[in-house]
Design a protein around this ligand. Structure first.
Ligand SMILES: C[S@@+](CC[C@H](N)C(=O)[O-])C[C@H]1O[C@@H](n2cnc3c(N)ncnc32)[C@H](O)[C@@H]1O
Length: 303
């Protein structure tokens, strides 16, 4: 079954702020939550997270407390394990942000163990046959793919995000890296995977009436999306909206368990999906919070 994006306003294009949201009352996003322990009812093992909430905390610890099969889909961008102890080379005057953060530094064994533990939890809290989209670069995507294969998850596609304005390569000893990958998994075994959501007609519509391919040329995050603060691996909204439109439906519950500056969450908010985010760093939570709140305010002002 192909689901169409319902449009009430004729001139609305998928990927723009959805005017249907303007009919909703303005609802400020609450401050990032820490999991309230009291949500647990006696006799019930797990709890449901609140919709449209960003939780500040550790992914595995929080997911571990949440109900099975709660989310329709997961879209997430885990640490890439590319931060190094030394400071990398950068172009003078470049606005490019390099990753030097502790959260992105693991030994190979620790990275495998960490990836296996969060991916297993994501599979548990995502519905059977639900979509799981995972971002990565050549540094980590093969590790994640190997773990997905070990867990016998069906790989639907590997989407290539090609950045036409990727920053130049300073050493000149290799090709300029200008892509990232998005692994699209169906939350079921290779044999049993079926009926995953793919909004074929919407994707074809976005691609001028031709079938959408898995090579998506989209510029890196523009400065206007960084006005509330910078995150070193912030993804562009155009890319996140395309993923949300491709693999989820209106009203779906979508998880991003490595929320960062909230790009997945904001794309879901624009497109009328219920989102739940997890992010360990309070500063990134604050950026995500400001981005969503500010946009909701602006939507109301535009009325
Ligand atoms: C690659 S970034 C996500 C960027 C995001 N897609 C965006 O557009 O801003 C990964 C994020 O995961 C967070 N993180 C790393 N380890 C975590 C953990 N164990 N639990 C929760 N968040 C974690 C980091 O703080 C970082 O913000």
């Amino acid at each position: 079954m192909v689901a169409m994006v319902a449009t009430k306003h004729k001139d609305w294009q998928p990927g723009e702020v959805d005017p249907l949201d303007l009919d909703l009352p303005y609802e400020p996003v609450s401050q990032p939550l820490r999991q309230p322990r009291l949500m647990k009812t006696p006799g019930v093992d797990k709890v449901a997270p609140l919709p449209n909430q960003l939780y500040e905390g550790d992914t595995v610890e929080l997911l571990n407390q949440w109900e099975d099969k709660y989310f329709h889909s997961t879209i997430t961008d885990p640490p890439y394990n590319i931060a190094r102890d030394r400071k990398g080379l950068t172009w003078a005057f470049s606005s490019h942000v390099t990753i030097e953060n502790e959260w992105d530094r693991y030994s190979s064994d620790d990275y495998e163990a960490f990836t296996t533990s969060w991916l297993k939890e994501v599979c548990r809290v995502t519905k059977e046959n639900g979509n799981i989209f995972i971002f990565g670069s050549y540094h980590n995507i093969y590790t994640i793919g190997a773990i997905a294969a070990r867990l016998d998850l069906r790989i639907i596609n590997s989407i290539i995000w090609a950045k036409p304005n990727a920053q130049p390569n300073i050493t000149c000893r290799m090709l300029t890296e200008s892509t990232e990958q998005i692994l699209w998994l169906c939350n079921n075994t290779n044999k049993k995977a079926k009926n995953w959501t793919y909004n074929y007609a919407d994707m074809k519509g976005l691609n001028g009436g031709k079938q959408m391919r898995n090579f998506w040329e989209i510029p890196v995050t523009p400065q206007r999306e960084r006005v509330h603060g910078k995150h070193p691996s912030q993804k562009p909204l155009k890319l996140m909206e395309r993923l949300v439109l491709a693999g989820t439906n209106r009203g779906d519950r979508v998880l991003d368990c490595f929320g960062g500056s909230g790009s997945t969450l904001l794309a879901c908010d624009r497109l009328d999906r219920k989102w739940v985010g997890i992010e360990r760093d309070g500063e990134y939570c604050a950026i995500a919070h400001k981005r969503i709140d500010d946009e909701r305010r602006q939507r109301r002002l535009a009325l």
